[in-house]
Design a protein around this ligand. Sequence first.
Ligand code: C5P
Length: 297
Amino acid sequence: MSVTVRVPAKVNVQLAVGAARPDGFHDLANVFLAVGLYDEITVAPADELRLTCSGPDAAQVPLDVTNLAARAALALAERYGRRPDVHLHIAKDIPVAGGMAGGSADGAGALVACDALWGTGASREELLGICAELGSDVPFSLVGGAALGTGRGERLTALEVGGTFHWVFARAGRGLSTPAVFREFDRLNEGVGIPEPVASQDLLDALAKGDADALAAAVSNDLQPAALSLFPELADTLAAGRAAGALAGLVSGSGPTTAFLARDASGAQEIAQALTASGTCGSARVAVSPVPGATVL
Ligand code: C5P
């Protein structure tokens, strides 16, 4: 018997970052959209916890207990007093260390898959609590759709979205470490008074209306200067996407994947082709948002 769970990637259409807190985290106003690029996590009974991974970036995925999928299985097993005796397989399509919450998706997916396999009867609130312990973006990977994340991003309020948005995501040649990008944010803002992060009402209205032009005018990412400082070539990718007709281009989360908003599906295909041909990035893929969160197949 096995269980497979499909989990989407995310893009942050607003990432407002506050000053570093005493615990080292930053308060955020983080508007997440789940996008239709997916990892699939399959769990099956085994003698002991084992992790395998397939897909184009598989070689970069750690297969030990630092992987959020393994940590999710361990956390659920501990809570229910059982052995984490499963083989977890990750079929990975979300860029690794890309700023699209691929690791968080695997954590949420493994949690939902183990929960279904073991029949724990855990409530959704309980699963969301474990997600928040695993990482700031993991609760959103579970719920999907669109949400505002506050606190360190883990406290979610669902958002209404009045249509489908068409995106292009350009892979970068290497990854960026999220803690390193936050450290660079702190360095760039040393001595600067950073305001409390708040969600943009224009952005929330644009989402509710499903208005791509208004969304393009309102997107923002406070981590973008830090990501560009660590990875200056991303500016060329952003310029190439805008030249190809994107309504907006921004770094996704802590990067280095860049996200481009298109007017419609055919516009997204054109931008993806132009980006791939530009030589400024690796492959460029189209995806729609919002999509549901972790789903048992
Ligand atoms: O929560 P998560 O483990 O995904 O966070 C990874 C790292 O990103 C943290 O160790 C911290 O350096 C940084 N971070 C932060 N503020 C947040 C979320 C993450 O500084 N709100």
